[in-house]
Design a binder for this molecule. Structure first.
Ligand SMILES: Cc1ncc(COP(=O)(O)O)c(C=O)c1O
Length: 394
């Protein structure tokens, strides 16, 4: 049996997959079982932000794998301590809780927000406002937080206490933000929702509303963080800071990790025994993440992401001028969406046949999230393929 046949036979059929199995990756390139090389404009959905098998991250993983892979959180380890200190140094936050995935980081944020108020005796302050079209994960609490009905089907009843409001609509938020709300939770740019950027004035009004009402503001930066939008964390580009932030995906460039960061005040919601995870902050994952944060937080690296993102969007906007079937081009840094007037799935498959990995979301949006090390000539080659596909009327 081939890998594809085995997967079809033995793995839950929950994912729609392209019909190839990959065997290796290097930089922006992935190679399949037949030796065909693809240029990756998805990076494992914004995970391999430094490209596949980045040499110094691989070195850090190999070194740590030979030194110490796991001890429980009943003990201390240097990689976990160093990563927490570095994340605090480079962010608004004072404390970090480590988890293993985005959903788990968000679970921690949701639990912290509730417990912050409940530990102060405000037991009625438990509701969390999130945005329509948002995506926060697939566990029961994060699914409840998510603002997309289609992925909730069959899982009811969900967790109570979540209110969904339209994104970028301050009046809708004001209408429901009362004394029973403990937190507002949002992505600075909705990724799975269709690459929809926040309106900067909305974001600043949300911050002010939270300040006025003492409500915690949670930014889910699982997709937008780690340099993806041209700053280490996307919110820095708006100069608006949360009380709690979640990270995962690219934090360790492919080794599973999640992190929930909070201000000193918000962090008081968790005390001894209030939350935990067996694998959270394992030496292997945190050693990899330490190397990733060092590289991505470099200003010159981030400036290049800004420049390449502008270059890429400029090229796509030029295509939009040429083809009315392109409805919109949007995004920030190297998180880019292109809305088209047709099913994105067939377009993605056509790109794949031509050696490029992209992704389709919300039916008609093409999402591009290449490794941040992508070269301009690779952008040019992808744009030429897109041009040829539109030209051919596909
Ligand atoms: C914004 C956002 N939050 C949360 C998640 C869930 O992360 P994970 O799949 O690691 O649980 C994702 C995954 O796509 C995401 O994009």
């Amino acid at each position: 049996m081939t890998s594809i046949e085995k997967t079809k036979a033995f793995v839950f059929q929950t994912y729609v997959r392209q019909g190839k199995a990959f065997v290796s990756g290097q930089g922006t390139c992935l190679t399949d079982e037949d030796g065909t090389v693809y240029t990756d404009f998805l990076a494992g959905i914004s995970v391999c932000n430094l490209g596949h098998c980045h040499p110094s991250v691989t070195r850090a993983i190999a070194h740590q794998a030979q030194t110490l892979v796991h001890v429980s959180n009943l003990f201390y380890t240097a990689p976990q301590a160093d990563l927490a200190a570095m994340l605090v140094d480079k962010s608004f936050a004072d404390r970090v809780f480590f988890a293993n995935s985005g959903a788990e980081a968000n679970e921690a944020a949701i639990k912290l927000a509730r417990r912050y108020f409940q530990s102060k005796g405000h037991t009625n302050r438990y509701k969390i406002i999130t945005m329509e079209q948002s995506f926060h994960g697939r566990t029961m609490a994060t699914l409840s937080a998510t603002g997309q009905d289609k992925i909730k089907q069959g899982f009811y009843p969900l967790l109570e206490g979540f209110i969904h409001v339209p994104f970028n609509d301050i009046d809708a938020l004001k209408a429901v933000l009362d004394e029973t709300v403990c937190a507002v939770m949002m992505e600075p740019i909705q990724g799975e929702g269709g690459v929809i950027p926040v309106d900067p004035s909305y974001l600043s009004q949300v911050r002010s509303l939270c300040d006025e009402t003492g409500t915690l503001l949670i930014f889910d930066e699982i997709q937008t963080g780690m340099g993806r939008c041209g700053t280490l964390f996307a919110h820095e580009g708006y100069n608006i800071f949360p009380d709690i932030m979640t990270l995962a995906k690219a934090l360790a460039n492919g080794i599973p990790i999640g992190a929930m960061l909070a201000t000193k005040e918000a962090a008081t919601g968790f005390d001894f025994g209030s939350h935990g995870s067996t694998f959270g902050g394992t030496p292997l994952a945190t050693a990899a993440a330490l190397e990733v944060v060092k590289i991505i937080s470099d200003k010159a690296f981030l400036d290049e992401v800004v420049e390449k993102g502008a270059y890429f969007r400029g090229k796509l906007l030029a295509l939009k001028e040429k083809y009315p079937r392109i409805i919109d081009v949007r995004g920030k840094g190297l998180l880019v969406g292109m809305e088209i007037d047709q099913d994105a799935g067939s377009f993605v498959a056509d790109c794949f046949k031509k050696g490029f990995i992209i992704n389709g979301i919300q039916d008609k949006v093409l999402r591009f999230a290449p490794p941040l090390i992508v070269e301009k000539n690779e952008i040019d080659r992808l744009v030429a393929v897109l041009d040829s596909l539109f030209q051919a009327g596909l």
